[in-house]
Design a binder for this molecule. Structure first.
Ligand code: ATP
Ligand code: MG
Length: 557
């Protein structure tokens, strides 16, 4: 459903349309440029849908390019996970994966060009001195004492930086722009630093690495990117992006356009903080279903179609993009509602003995997997003398309006008979442990005579049901903006009840389903067979992806 919806218009789409119409570009090329220093999260999904989506809609192409200029923090594992996540979301990049490191030699060449034209110099200031010379938001900076080094000296020093003659951090190459610029990014920013770190692709070939701002614009230009879309924190870097491209010999000058970052309430959209949760083992890993990582959402059972629809709905703009979790869950729920089969499961089992149902007998009734999709097929739902119902579908002292089971009351078993509760059995502690009920034999597929039974509950035949581990999730944090309190660590707001694991029961028809198969468990929500732990026919493990109704308005229990 969702992928067929009309794209929502926004200012970037309008710019692209205008550029195509005016003939500025015959076709567009975008890129998604993650740093392989963590797993992607829902904010990245927004950026992926924007970049790949525009390319798709306008018949252009979108590159995947790793911004791998920070060797200490980057890994192959992250790079692989990012590719898997992009593909799972439903996108394919043009050609091979690109890496900023593919351009290291070219980038070096452009740095030499900048030095030759007197636009870059080697600076020996320490980081502290550098900060001091840089000035502040209100005070201009001062020229470095190394600002006037000759081209020859700079060429010599930069060449020796590359050869490894100087210690890490002892020198940087800086662009010579304007130490008095009101934009601090233009106050002679460093464009190369010395760092002896093993790089995931170039190994120990380099001991100098280009800085992000310098690398990014040139990589974009080398790939013929037409529209370089990034988040708003790069707005102040745009003059530097443009300065670099204006001061080297390169035939292409992509246009950088910024949009606001997605922030989701009750969770985090920062790789660094998500990394902390993983490293501190506060979650089970990057794919913990409580995390807003793409792999976490996938494992939880979210569909890529639902996530793409979410990206479509939240739109693209320059204003704050703080979104209620209910919007995301709503998209997931809607997508699954139409697409996944329905079966019954019981997560909090209470035993019911049907006293007038013959012991040893099994009856069964055919039930379709989806009310609106007969093509989904059907299965037999067996009934026998002992069944499981949901403990909270019974109440001894029901609130007004209660339509489920109560002592002396009646309820319909979904797809089956109307039953009446005749007796409540309790243990020594006074806990209800069993109900003894009678069925009205004359209610299969028809209403009982002379009275209305409104409630319908789900249930399972105890002897036919299969045990399953059911994982139920609640919000990860107890506050909407866990990282906005300056005096408190975001980890202090973790919700201790964000995961509960229960032993429940499911219909036997799900016995052999593959991991990642999704179901609606009637009245309980949408569930997904766990990607890691579910073993068909052996160990059934289902995660609740999302409930049937919006639960975000209720306070944390
Ligand atoms: P984080 O702050 O989580 O570490 P990042 O911006 O450092 O994210 P990158 O790997 O550099 O992560 O991001 C790749 C692309 O995804 C960038 O173009 C970035 O602007 C975009 N992006 C990152 N976070 C968000 C977000 N919350 N909303 C929209 N786009 C985002
Ligand atoms: Mg970044």
């Amino acid at each position: 459903m969702s992928s067929e919806r009309e794209p929502v218009s926004h200012f970037i789409r309008t710019i692209v349309q205008d550029d195509l119409q005016s003939g500025k570009h015959p076709t567009i090329t975008t890129r998604f440029p993650p740093e392989p220093n963590g797993y992607l999260h829902v904010g990245h999904a927004k950026s992926i849908c924007l970049n790949f989506g525009l390319a798709q809609d306008f018949g252009g192409q979108c590159n995947l390019r790793f911004d791998d200029t920070n060797p200490e923090k980057e890994s192959e594992e992250y790079a692989l996970s990012i590719q898997e996540d992009v593909r799972w979301l439903g996108f394919q990049w043009a050609g091979e994966v690109h890496w900023a490191s593919d351009y290291f030699e070219t980038l070096y060449g452009y740095a030499v060009e900048l030095i030759r034209s007197g636009k870059a110099y080697v600076c020996d200031l320490t980081p502290d001195e550098m900060r001091d010379y840089r000035g502040t938001l209100t005070a201009p900076g001062r020229n470095s004492p190394y600002h006037e080094r000759s081209v020859e000296e700079n060429l010599d020093l930069f060449g020796r930086m590359r050869k490894g003659e100087f210690a890490d951090g002892s020198k940087v190459l800086r662009a010579k722009i304007d130490m008095a610029s009101p934009n601090i990014n233009l106050r002679d920013p460093a464009i190369y630093r010395i760092r002896r770190a093993h790089h995931i692709r170039t190994g120990d070939q380099w001991c100098i690495y280009p800085m992000y701002d310098y690398t990014h614009c040139i990589s974009d230009a080398l790939e013929g990117i037409t529209h370089s879309l990034c988040t708003l924190e790069f707005e102040d870097h745009r003059p530097l992006y443009d300065w670099v491209l204006d001061n080297i010999t390169i035939p292409c000058h992509p246009r950088q356009i910024e949009f606001s970052r997605l922030e989701l309430q009750y969770t985090l959209t920062s790789k660094r903080k998500l990394n902390q949760l993983v490293t501190d083992k506060l979650v089970s890993g990057w794919d913990d279903p409580r995390l807003p990582t793409i792999t976490g959402m996938r494992r939880r059972g979210y569909t890529s179609e639902g996530i793409r629809e979410f990206a479509r709905r939240i739109g693209i703009s320059k204003s704050d993009n703080v979104i209620d979790m209910a919007v995301l869950e709503g998209c997931i729920r809607e997508d699954m509602e139409a697409r996944v089969p329905r079966v019954m499961a019981v997560v909090q089992p209470l035993k019911v003995v049907l006293t007038n149902f013959e012991a040893g007998l099994t009856q069964s009734r055919e039930a379709g997997f989806h009310p609106n999709h007969p093509e989904f097929g059907s299965r037999d739902v067996p009934i026998a003398r002992e069944i499981w119902i949901e403990a909270d579908d019974f109440s001894e002292t029901p609130p007004p309006g209660w339509q489920r089971l109560t002592p002396g009351g009646e309820v319909r078993l979904r797809y089956s008979y109307v039953i009446k509760c005749d007796e409540v059995v309790k243990d020594v502690a006074g806990e209800v442990v069993e109900l003894r009920c009678s069925i009205d034999h004359d209610t299969l597929g028809k209403n009982p005579q002379g009275r209305k039974v409104k409630g319908v509950i789900h249930w399972l035949s105890a002897q036919h049901a299969l045990p399953a581990e059911i994982r139920l999730y609640d919000r990860l944090f107890t506050v909407a903006a866990p990282d906005s309190d300056k005096d408190k660590d975001f980890r202090d707001f973790l919700n201790p009840a964000s995961l509960s694991v229960v032993q429940g029961w499911v219909e036997s028809c799900v016995k052999d389903v593959a991991p990642e198969t999704r179901y609606q468990f009637e009245r309980l929500g949408y569930f997904c067979a766990d990607r890691r732990d579910h073993q068909p026919g052996e160990r059934l493990v289902f995660n609740r992806a999302v409930g049937l109704k919006d639960a975000w308005s209720k306070p944390v229990a």
